[in-house]
Design a protein around this ligand. Structure first.
Ligand SMILES: Nc1ncnc2c1ncn2[C@@H]1O[C@H](COP(=O)(O)OP(=O)(O)OP(=O)(O)O)[C@@H](O)[C@H]1O
Ligand SMILES: [Mg+2]
Length: 329
């Protein structure tokens, strides 16, 4: 995918060191129902920030609130250096772009006509070069003359992305940008996001694809009306799961308890199936060689010793499953 032109670089706003987004106790109620409640976090300039959570968790409502489309019920936020107030809506909108869940295109207009319309709506100078750069960036230059109504869902999604690129925003809010895209198109969007990040654009990304969040995001937050956890994916894994070694032997050990309990680095162990053992350890680098020595000394044929891997999906399921159980109590 071709990079965006250098002279199209985003205008970063806010002084250096000040976060791109500061969210403090932000709450949005619809009638008696809370979409999200007392949410507090910061996003640094140039960060790709993942906003995860189950259906109805409040992600889109948070994007719409921070994007000045709806007013919060309480709490405060600073978006691209500007306090989130109704008076500041226009100024904030000049520095951000939002790609909504549905791209919202005029289906009877061509791709270029749609982008021309939005460029004039945003009052953007040099519309023609912005449009061609944006189309190049999302790999749609050859479909520029097609009617949007004749495009597949994925291609429309890409036109939506091109639309958000037009204004060279400092912060981009992408609400499920790869929803409904095939793996190749998703990868292109990922590359686009990483390219924008290299240029210093701050990206606020909601997604249900946890592998996507793990691949792209510097930090993620898991929301389920309230903020459940926030941090770098690797830190969240370490926070929620103890380190473990996974051992496989050719045949089941005859006296595993005798073997494992005499290794000081092993805190506890369990076996889910014959010949497969999970050992809780505090430092796998110390424990693994020791475990290997003891097993070989005991005459075991070791097939594999490795550190147990937990994905962001494990973290998510652990937290969201807890919520489901809590709501049943
Ligand atoms: N305009 C509205 N009026 C009333 N309730 C609303 C409105 N918009 C959202 N809600 C409610 O707020 C809650 C959060 O919705 P939201 O769309 O933000 O969730 P989400 O996390 O984006 O979910 P999804 O993953 O399905 O996109 C839901 O209970 C929803 O029904
Ligand atoms: Mg949503």
């Amino acid at each position: 995918m071709p990079p965006l032109l250098a002279d199209n670089a985003p205008t970063l706003s806010g002084s250096k060191g000040q976060p791109a987004l500061v969210v403090n106790q932000l709450t949005k109620h619809f009638g008696g129902r809370s979409a999200f409640s007392e949410v507090t976090f910061d996003v640094a300039h140039g960060e790709v920030f993942g906003f995860l959570g189950p259906n109805g968790a409040g992600k889109t409502t948070a994007v719409r609130t921070l994007g000045t489309l709806i007013a919060p019920t309480s709490g405060s936020a600073i978006v691209a250096g500007i306090p989130l107030t109704p008076e500041n809506g226009v100024e904030i909108r000049q520095r951000i772009a939002i790609m909504p869940e549905a791209p919202g295109l005029y289906l009877r207009l061509t791709v270029t006509e749609n982008l021309e319309y939005f460029a004039s709506l945003y009052g953007l100078p040099h519309a023609a070069s912005r449009i061609s750069d944006a189309l190049e960036a999302v790999n749609l230059a050859d479909r520029a003359g097609d009617l949007c109504g004749g495009l597949s869902k994925g291609l429309r999604q890409r036109v939506g992305l091109a639309r958000t690129l037009l204004s060279n925003p400092a912060i981009m809010f992408l609400d499920e940008p790869t929803s409904g895209l095939d793996p190749v198109a998703s990868r292109e969007v990922h590359e686009l996001i990483l390219g924008l990040r290299q240029k210093g654009v701050t990206i606020f990304l909601t997604t249900h694809r946890l592998a996507e969040a793990e691949k792209l995001c510097d930090r993620v937050a898991i929301l389920n009306t309230t903020l459940r956890i926030i941090g770098r994916p690797e830190d969240l894994r370490a926070q929620l799961f103890t380190t473990a070694l996974v051992i496989r032997t050719r045949v089941a050990l005859r006296a595993p308890d005798q073997i494992f309990t005499r290794i000081p680095a092993v805190e506890s162990w369990r076996s889910d199936e014959p010949g497969s053992y999970v050992l809780s350890v505090s430092d796998p680098k110390i424990a693994a060689p020791e475990v290997a020595r003891v097993l070989v000394g005991a005459g075991a044929d070791v097939l594999a010793i490795g550190e147990a891997q937990h994905s962001l999906e494990d973290v998510y399921l652990e937290l969201v499953a807890d919520d489901v159980e809590a709501s049943r109590e």
